[in-house]
Design a protein around this ligand. Structure first.
Ligand SMILES: C=C(O[C@@H]1C=C(C(=O)O)C=C[C@H]1O)C(=O)O
Length: 250
């Protein structure tokens, strides 16, 4: 990628602006999921009438439809069930080739799936079963896709960081030194601002709006949102950046 082309499209500030805007999407989808209790039948491995769990069935078939109409032509989108996705049936948008081709195969959605269902979901939804199984699984899919898009956006961040300082990243890439790359790409001050901002957004977006005094309750616990980013979203975004940089000179 010629620097002038990338310079006309992406900067570290512009990719960070996109990450900030994606915070809104993630938080609003968490708020939507929190409308429903856990609804554990959605996750039973053999939901009557479908092969596997209902959430697997809905995610697989939604991704299949979205694949046919070009969702995964975008360098920002990665499927959770990538085996046997149907072919494109419509003309696709000509996305600018910003990323290094070798980075296209990086997909850590299995890790994101496990984190979401095994660690995050129990932290912010209530116990119970209200029968809204399809709505529940649909909300899960929206949360998963928003988290996947945010975490895999690490490829764009890594590309910009590399192009800004190839002399710094080049030797670490050639040495395949993961620790050195992680240190180069980490900005703790930025991470601290992210944690504080997402907590504040969860308080603002998730507050119970009433004409009288606020009750101080939130639709999703703001500290859970901050923990989501600190323990999972940012570390996984950095993992994507390292994996992308390791193949940047291929
Ligand atoms: C995304 C970046 O890289 C790292 C990951 C961050 C994140 O996931 O929010 C924030 C700062 C960096 O440690 C960045 O530098 O903006």
């Amino acid at each position: 990628m010629e620097k002038n082309v990338l310079a006309n499209t992406l900067t570290l500030d512009s990719v960070r602006e996109s990450l900030i805007r994606q915070e809104d999407t993630v938080i609003f989808y968490l708020i939507e999921r929190a409308k429903y209790p856990i609804n554990s039948p959605v996750y039973h491995p053999s939901f009557a009438g479908v092969s596997g769990s209902l959430v697997d069935y809905i995610v697989k078939h939604t991704e299949a439809l979205q694949s046919k109409v070009g969702r995964y032509e975008s360098p920002e989108e990665y499927p959770f069930f990538q085996e046997n996705l149907p072919r494109l049936v419509v003309p696709t948008y000509n996305y600018p080739q910003v990323l290094h081709p070798a980075g296209a195969s990086i997909n850590i959605n299995k890790t994101i799936w496990d984190m979401y269902f095994n660690q995050l979901l129990p932290l912010f939804v209530s116990e119970g079963n209200d029968g809204n199984y399809v709505q529940t699984a649909t909300c899960d899919l929206q949360c998963l896709q928003a988290l996947s898009r945010r975490i895999h956006y690490g490829k764009f961040v890594a590309e910009v960081k590399f192009m800004d300082a190839p002399e710094d990243y080049g030797p670490a890439i050639q040495a395949q030194n993961r620790d050195a790359l992680m240190e180069l790409l980490t900005f703790k001050s930025v991470e601290e601002m992210v944690k504080q901002r997402v907590k504040k957004k969860a308080m603002v977006f998730g507050q119970e709006v009433c004409l009288g005094d606020s009750k101080g309750k939130y639709k999703v616990d703001p500290s859970v949102v901050s923990r989501l980013y600190e323990e999972w979203v940012m570390p996984l975004t950095k993992k994507v950046q390292v994996e992308y940089l390791l193949c940047r000179l291929d």
